[in-house]
Design a protein around this ligand. Structure first.
Ligand SMILES: [Zn+2]
Length: 250
């Protein structure tokens, strides 16, 4: 589509973000947890909702869908019900096209959506400085999903569904004693949060550099986690499992 689009965020519930992509006329919404907030934004800005993208089946992501379908009977909803096995992109009217990336792990059916090869709506798979809990129990899948996201162009912008950044950063600083390494990014995040209350989106290049969950194949990180947990860490996957366990107990 023409580059004349905007991506905006709506805050919902305690720390959720609802992301909206629009071209001043039509809009697609990602994970509308609450319908009223979306509806207000659309009507304040004279936008027509044409599409809904759902990353996964948790109520703080899909809670507003039914109400939006009643308000906009023609809206097309793309969800996670096994469709990703057959499809690798979803296209709405007016040129809104998204690449689908299956990212099981947080739950078995989790999808990420990539827009314009640049903007990644990653739900609860990837957070800034963190990743989603592995509710599925399938750590291999969760690790593989993160590897998949790591292979995207480094200038990709990531739009997670929660504002967990500051908390995740505190966990990172507690886990990695090399606090100098994080000094600059910590200052950037602090001022962003102070100015706008929001730390997102975040560049994949920064996540590759600072997010421990994306650095599990780094020997230095493996040694750090082995030290912390007094476990033998033999590879990236073992490091990821141990790190996720640490984070669960943080
Ligand atoms: Zn979730």
């Amino acid at each position: 589509m023409k580059s004349d689009y905007r991506i905006i965020k709506l805050k919902a519930l305690q720390d959720n973000y609802i992301w909206i992509i629009h071209n001043r006329q039509y809009a697609v919404v990602v994970d509308p947890s609450v319908a009223d907030i979306v509806q207000d934004f659309l009507s304040d800005n004279s936008l027509e909702l044409i599409g809904v993208l759902l990353t996964h089946n948790h109520i703080d992501h899909n809670g507003g869908v039914r109400q939006l379908q009643e308000l906009y009977p023609d809206v097309k909803v793309h969800n996670y019900l096994g469709r990703h096995l057959m499809e690798n992109e979803v296209e709405f009217n007016y040129g809104f096209k998204f690449k689908i990336i299956a990212t099981p792990g947080h739950v078995d059916d989790h999808l990420c959506y990539l827009f314009e090869n640049k903007h990644l709506f990653c739900g609860d798979t990837l957070f800034s400085f963190g990743c989603g809990r592995v509710f599925s129990g399938d750590f291999v899948a969760a690790y593989t999903s993160l590897e998949k996201l790591k292979s995207l162009p480094t200038n990709t912008l990531c739009y997670p569904a929660h504002e967990y950044t500051w908390n995740n950063l505190q966990f990172t600083l507690l886990t990695d004693n090399n606090s100098d390494y994080y000094a600059d990014i910590k200052e950037q995040i602090a001022s962003r949060l102070h100015d706008t209350g929001c730390s997102l989106p975040v560049a994949l290049s920064d996540e590759l550099r600072y997010n421990l969950f994306l650095r599990c194949d780094d020997l230095a990180v493996q040694n750090m986690i082995a030290d912390k947990t007094q476990q033998v860490i033999g590879d990236g996957l073992e490091c990821f499992v141990a790190l996720r366990e640490l984070r669960n107990n943080f």
